[in-house]
Ligand binder design. Structure first.
Ligand code: BYC
Length: 312
């Protein structure tokens, strides 16, 4: 007789009691599969996410801004590292995960497939994209899988700094010259919709949400998080005299929500399936970085394979 239903019952009872599931614990195969899928995609997003802003490090307008941006981009690499480690605790290997990314099989966040055309994009990514990420990751800090939840705590602390530096830049530009104001408005116009898409498809079209919520990996839905983001960011941007590129955006007094117009989910699908404005460029940059790092991996492998006490 299969013991599976009893084990699942006990597993779900542990989650209901608020216990964390740890790497050596029994877990359903589907729980493991969902976590590897989500955590590895999250790790890839952090690493690919270094590219749009990274290109501005050499062009930052001051030494202070350059130091801040360098620190931010380095933080994203660190986030990728924590997350790859978290996925490794579930049995995924780094090689498999990298192969999936570099061959184009794995997904990563839609939002990093858009170009950063001006310096204002760096501020707007920090303010909007990092804020969206914080909302999602604050939820994931409560997720039922211990290593993922703990990685999120540190990542969220760093993302808060990322958001603040972005907000600071947007405020400066919004209060600057007419040209600076126009530049930041243009960046908001371009990043608004991709940021809303970042929360994932609407709940009715989200195949993974039900099982993720059942097992405490996600505790809020895509639409719920998207609504929280809009409710918080819209008044802040209006306060700065900035507008959103959505003619249907309005406040619903009865529900207490800012209601957005239709999101172009066709564009989202194109982008996550490899056909966004910068997917090819992003993939080529990652493949080149992997190639450039080959000698480091070879040197490490040779060092690890040296005879005990021997020279490499
Ligand atoms: N982009 O059933 P659904 C950062 C896919 S980086 C691409 O709702 P789920 C930063 C989804 O994978 C932080 N694909 O999925 C770094 C699924 O396809 P598969 C990024 C997306 O998992 C540098 C299909 O659509 N944050 O902050 O329930 C600089 C159906 O979706 C996206 C994370 O990665 C998307 N946006 O919910 C600055 C958070 N959305 O896999 C900043 C971790 C959906 O079935 N991830 N898809 O083929 C999550 O929380 C969830 O995976 C999502 C999607 C909310 C994204």
């Amino acid at each position: 007789m299969s013991v599976e239903p009893d084990r699942i019952k006990e597993f779900e009872a542990r989650i209901a009691r608020g216990e964390k599931i740890e790497p050596g614990d029994w877990m359903p195969d589907e729980y493991r599969r969902q976590l590897i899928r989500m955590i590895s995609q999250h790790a890839h997003s952090e690493v690919v996410g270094m590219l749009p802003e990274g290109g501005w490090i050499t062009r930052a307008p001051s030494l202070r801004r350059k130091m801040i941006l360098l620190a931010k981009v380095q933080d994203e690499a660190g986030h990728g590292e924590y997350l790859y480690h978290a996925a490794e605790t579930l049995g995924a290997t780094r090689e498999e995960m990298l192969e999936a990314l570099l061959s184009g099989k794995a997904k990563y966040s839609n939002v990093f497939n858009y170009p950063t055309l001006t310096w204002a994009d760096v501020g707007v990514i920090g303010y909007l994209v990092d804020f969206a990420a914080i909302l999602n990751q604050t939820m994931l800090a409560h997720c039922s899988y211990g290593p993922y939840a703990r990685a999120m705590l540190r990542i969220c602390a760093e993302e808060n700094f990322h958001k603040k530096q972005g907000q600071d830049q947007v405020i400066r530009l919004a209060r600057g010259t007419p040209r600076q104001r126009a530049m930041v408005q243009d960046a908001i116009n371009r990043w608004w919709w991709p940021t809303l898409m970042m929360f994932g498809p609407p709940d009715k079209d989200s195949p993974n949400s039900a099982v993720l919520i059942r097992w405490g990996i996600k505790t809020r839905t895509n639409d719920d998080l998207r609504q929280s983001f809009i409710n918080q960011i819209v008044p802040e941007l209006h306060e700065l005299g900035l507008s959103l590129p959505d003619p249907d955006l309005h406040y619903d007094e009865a529900g207490g929500n800012w209601i957005h117009g239709p999101i172009d989910w066709e564009e989202f699908r194109r982008v996550i399936h490899g056909n966004g404005p910068c997917n090819k460029e992003r993939m080529e940059a990652r493949q080149q970085a992997h190639e450039d790092g080959r000698w480091v991996r070879q040197a490490l492998a040779a060092y690890a394979a040296r005879p005990a006490g021997g020279k490499p």
